[in-house]
Each structure stands twice: as C-alpha cells, then as structure tokens.
Design a protein around this ligand. Structure first.
Ligand code: XMP
Length: 609
C-alpha cells in the first residue's frame, strides 16, 4: 500500500535555487510545497519527506534561518542541500567552519555509489558548488559519502534516513542531479511518483475568471514569451472588451521590435496600443550609472507611464493589472511571495514597490507566477502560439538600458594593483589576463556581487580560455566575470574608461551591434540552442580612447538559474562568431574591440547588470 500522503516539504533557507528544487521534484511527479524554515515541527509531521534548501547565510550568522532540531527526530527521510546540510550537521553536534577560499562553480567530486543517494552513478561526478563554510567534523553516526578533494561533499546518517550534500543537485550544472533527487525520493523516501500537475491552461483560465469577474484588465505586453502567453490566456478567459493591451516603448527595445510585437499580437486577436515613452525614460536615466538605480528608475517610470495610460484609457479604479511575472523573477528580486529570505541579486522591474502595493490590494493578476520559463513555453504551445513566439529568447524588461554598462570614471579601488598582481600568475606568453577598471553584476554563493571583470587576450585556444574563466573567479573572489577579447594581445594595463550614460546615441550604437548578432544567430539557426545571447556595450576603448567595446554573452540553460556559455567551435560555430566580430567592427561606429563572455552562472549572471 502507498503511504496516504505523498507530499514533500521543502524548507526554504533563502536560496535562489529553492524554487528550482520545487520544480525538479514536481518534474519527477512528486507533489511538493515550499515552507518557511521555521515551520513548527508538528506541522511537518504530515509530509513524507523533507528537503532543506541552501541559503546565503553561514550557520553561525545571527540572522541565519534555523529549523527546529526536533525536525531531525521526526523519523522522516531528510535531505539537506548546501546550507541545509551544514545546519543539519551543526544542530547534530558536528562542526562547520569557514574555508580559506570559497568553492564556487562547477567542480568534480568523488561519490560513493554504494550509498543509496548515489545509486547507479559513477564515482566521479560534475556538480555545482557554491559555499564558503565546510564540514570539518561529522556528527556522531554519520559517514561521508562524497568528497571534493579534502572537503566533505555528502553525508549519510547511520539509519539511512538523513542525508546531506554540499553541492546543488537541483541545477543544470549538476548533470546527474536529477538522478540524486530521484534516488532520494524513490529509493530512500520510497515515494511512488504518481502526482500529475493538473491542466494548467484550464486552471489558469478558471483562476483569471474568478479573480477578474466583470472588471477590466490592463495587460502590459513586452513582446516576450511570458507577457504574450499571459495576454493570450486573458484573451481566452475574458470578453474581448474587458482586455486593454498596451506596449510601452521605453526606447530600449531592439531594432524594429515594437512594430513586430504589435503585429504578432494582432494575429492572436489582441489589439495592442503602442505608447512611445522613450523621452521620459531617457530623462529619468540622465547620468545614472548604478545598475540597481537604473532598474528602479526604469521600473518607476514604467509604472508612471502605465498609470497615465490607464487614465487615458478611462479604466476604472477597480481595474486590474496583469503581468507575465515568472517564479524566478520573484525569487531573484527577493519578493515576499517567492521567498522571505532570498538575497536580492537583481531587482526585477515587474516587482517594483508600486506593483507590490497593488499586489497587496489584490489588483495584480500573475497567472504564470508559479512557473518557470520552460513550463510557460509549454503552456504557449498548448495555447497554439506559433513556434517563433514560443521559442523567443528572453529579453529583460529594462531592455538595452541594462546591457549598456555605464560609468563616470574607472572603477579602481586601492586593491586594483594587488588583484592584477594575483592575476599575473594566470598569464602566459600566449594569453594575457588583464584586470578591467569596470564592474559587472554576478552571483557568488547565493549572494549578489558587483565587481571587477577580466579580459583574456592572445591565443584563441577555447578550452584553455574556458578553464581560466572557471579558475580565476574561484581564486580571486573580487572577480565575477571573464571575457575573451578578440584582436591583438593586450600588452599594458587598462586604466581608462570612456564615460558612458544611457543616452539615445549610446543605445543606438548598442542596438546596431545587437541587430548584427541576432541576424547571424537566425542565419545559423542558433536561436533555440543558445537560450539567450545578450549583447553588451562596455565603456572601455583599450587603445582607442573615447570608444566602447561590445561583448557577446552566450548563455545555455534550462532553468535560467545556472548555465554555461556556448563553447566556440562546438555550440557556437566559429564561422558565425567570426562573422559577428567582423561585422560589428566594420559596421558599428565607435567600437574598439569585440569580446566573448566565458563566464558560467555562477559566478556571473546572464546579464551584466
Ligand atoms: P540574470 O542576469 O540574473 O537573469 O542571470 C536571469 C534571467 O532574467 C532576465 N532578467 C530580467 N528580466 N526584468 C526582466 O523582465 C529584469 O529586470 C531582468 N533582469 C534579468 C535575464 O535576461 C535572464 O533571462
């Protein structure tokens, strides 16, 4: 007989990957629920198994989320992930200590396949590590079942019920992670995996009808998959005259994008009103350089323009706002809904304070807020949207504005020389590693970083370059991104930047480069294979003062929480890449160099800001 309850509780310690655990468990047909870390023990009794997530804190930090140690005595199968494991060890009397250096990024570890958790796996495994603390003493009755060098990477309690892993089995960067979760759920917790998610489209339509009633709904359409699916769901759920669809052209769209969006939506039977608001947006970003300030200003302007549009459309005070917000958007901006703990990596503009206020008063409809991108594409497919729309690469709401790296002066803290000195150990006669005097956003150890990036130049041996890109941020914590710079090997330090702000001219320059890259992606049929290819302008002219450079950031992922760059010559044909470099240099005025981003996420995020 099956146990009556087949529900897994995921205790959320604030990891940005918490929701990915949830999705992975569900993809294995096991129902799961995310609960706060301090959920009382008696409430946990009804679940068949418990997973304790990772989080940005150290077990010793005062604000560290803790669970009741009695949870461990519930006689339930428990899997602690990263921080979750450390907390388990700490509460059971083992020792957790800070390492000299963090382990961040993909690592190779040794696992013991005799443990049920690693059943059917080979002993050498690729995993994603992201931690600063480590286990230095196991609690009584525990054995180590995995190691990363000298570091304990997995543990098992003597009754075969308590398990912990230091790495993240839930993300793409742990290729066999799903097998590990499967082993936990089916071999250890003995679940049956018979849960199927109900008809999502039917459910969403029902929910929308219930929430909206006879009211009017304003839907903001960016043209991406999420908002298009959201608008199409509304179209199916409501009467056409209840829906007002608008598209705000903020001035940071891609070439011909706004016109294309209008056309695509009209084909779905949705009348789209395009509002040109670029002047307003540029004004708000005058001399702003900090990424978070940019996002807030763009988010606020967006809401202001929206409010005006609502007024102009004559929508009533009780009208509602629909957004295509996804689960990861909320997690990454540390929304109260998704997670009480997640450290803000980037504020998403569809989660601004105004939206939060509206949300509290029940006036925001977000039919996709429980889903990840791949699930939304599936819903889009079920709704009959054309493949060109369903497979559109994501494009951030703040658009090209957050792909134009702005700076007033070089970013050179007193540690600049020391870090360059540390970097010198990675340089060879063939390849130079140069510290660049600007910074980009990254994610290291579940927390946000805004720090230096490095340019490699010289010989184009991609496997060596990618190895360097993995190793450098591991060893030098102040570096979160590594790029390869095409052209001559850099011979001297880079200490100058070209002061850059969000202006129509600078956006136009970036838009031209972005257009070239995207045309070539289509020509070489790479749009689906590469999940996203942000094109970024950065304010360094190298040997051409006053110029800027362009970076091509390829990103391959399923979950958008972790991912890797495309390997040139393999995932990214050299012919396509060479064509991009050549055309950008030839056709876009004011561009000194073209670069290729070699960074995984972590330590670098998809976007640079
Ligand atoms: P990162 O850069 O954090 O991005 O790895 C993860 C995904 O989110 C997209 N992104 C945004 N989307 N508004 C959006 O609508 C934003 O402010 C924003 N910032 C990042 C990013 O393009 C990637 O798909």
């Amino acid at each position: 007989m099956q146990s009556p309850c087949q529900l897994v509780a995921i205790l959320d310690a604030g990891a940005q990957y918490g929701k990915v655990i949830d999705r992975r468990v569900r993809s294995l047909h096991v129902e799961s629920i995310m609960l706060p870390m301090n959920t009382p023990t008696h409430q946990l009794n009804k679940y068949s198994a418990i997973i304790i997530s990772g989080g940005p804190e150290s077990v010793y930090s005062k604000s560290a989320p803790k669970f009741d140690p009695r949870v461990l005595k519930l006689n339930k199968p428990i899997l602690g992930i990263c921080y979750g494991m450390q907390l388990m060890v700490h509460l059971l009397g083992g020792k957790v200590e800070a390492l000299d250096r963090r382990e961040d990024g993909p690592c190779t570890i040794q696992v013991n396949p005799k443990s049920k958790l690693f059943a059917s796996l080979k002993s050498k495994q690729q995993v994603l590590m992201s931690h600063g603390d480590s286990i230095t003493q196991l609690p009584a009755g525990f054995t180590a079942i995995a190691h990363s060098g000298q570091i304990v990477a997995g543990i098992e309690g003597q009754d075969g019920r308590l398990f912990g892993v230091q790495f993240h089995p839930e993300v793409d960067l742990t290729p066999n992670g799903l097998i590990i979760l499967q082993n936990f759920l089916f071999k250890i917790a003995k679940l049956s995996g018979n849960f199927t998610i109900k008809d999502r489209v039917g459910q969403a339509i029902k929910d929308i009808r219930q929430q909206v009633g006879q009211k009017q709904v304003l839907v903001l359409v960016s043209g991406g998959v999420d908002s298009t699916v959201c608008a199409t769901l509304l179209r199916q759920a409501l009467k056409p005259d209840q829906i007002k669809a608008i598209h705000i052209d903020n001035g940071f769209m891609r070439q011909n994008e706004s016109a294309g969006v209008k056309l695509a939506l009209e084909k779905q039977g949705i009348q789209l009103k395009v509002i040109s608001a670029s002047t307003e947006f540029f004004k708000q970003l005058h001399r702003v350089t900090h990424p978070e300030t940019k996002r807030h200003r763009i988010g606020d302007t967006f809401m202001r323009v929206t409010k005006q549009a609502i007024k102009d459309l004559g929508l009533g005070d009780d009208s509602m706002l629909a957004q295509g917000t996804l689960r990861p958007d909320l997690i990454e901006s540390a929304s109260k809904i998704a997670s009480r703990q997640a450290n803000a990596i980037k504020t998403h503009h569809n989660d601004s304070p105004t939206v939060r206020k509206l949300r509290q008063s029940g006036r925001v409809i977000e039919p996709l807020s429980d889903y990840h991108k791949d699930e939304v594409r599936e819903i889009g497919r079920q709704l009959g949207l054309p493949p060109s729309l369903v497979w559109r690469q994501p494009f951030p709401g703040p658009g090209l504005a957050i792909r134009l790296l702005c700076a007033q002066k070089p970013y050179m803290l007193p540690n600049f020389k020391t870090i360059q000195h540390q970097l010198d150990q990675f340089s060879t006669p063939q390849i130079t590693a140069t510290l660049l005097p600007a910074r980009t956003v990254g994610v290291q150890g579940d927390g946000r970083t805004y720090s230096y990036f490095v340019g490699l130049s010289g010989e184009r041996s991609w496997s060596t370059l990618l190895k360097l890109a993995k190793e450098i941020p591991k060893q030098i914590r102040q570096i979160n991104r590594v790029i390869y710079i095409f052209g001559d090997q850099l011979k001297s330090p880079v200490t100058q930047i070209t002061p850059t702000y969000v202006t129509p001219e600078n956006i136009t320059q970036l838009r031209q480069a972005d257009y070239i890259v995207n045309q070539i992606l289509i020509e070489f049929n790479l749009v689906r294979k590469l999940s996203q290819v942000p094109v970024i302008s950065f304010p360094i002219g190298f040997d051409q003062p006053g110029c800027r450079s362009i970076a091509i950031r390829t990103f391959m992922t399923n979950d958008f929480m972790t991912g890797v760059p495309a390997l040139p010559g393999q995932d990214m044909p050299m012919q396509a890449l060479n064509k991009m470099v050549k055309q950008i240099l030839k056709q876009v005025p004011g561009i000194a160099r073209v670069a290729y981003d070699l960074t995984s996420k972590p330590p670098g995020t998809t976007e640079w800001e």
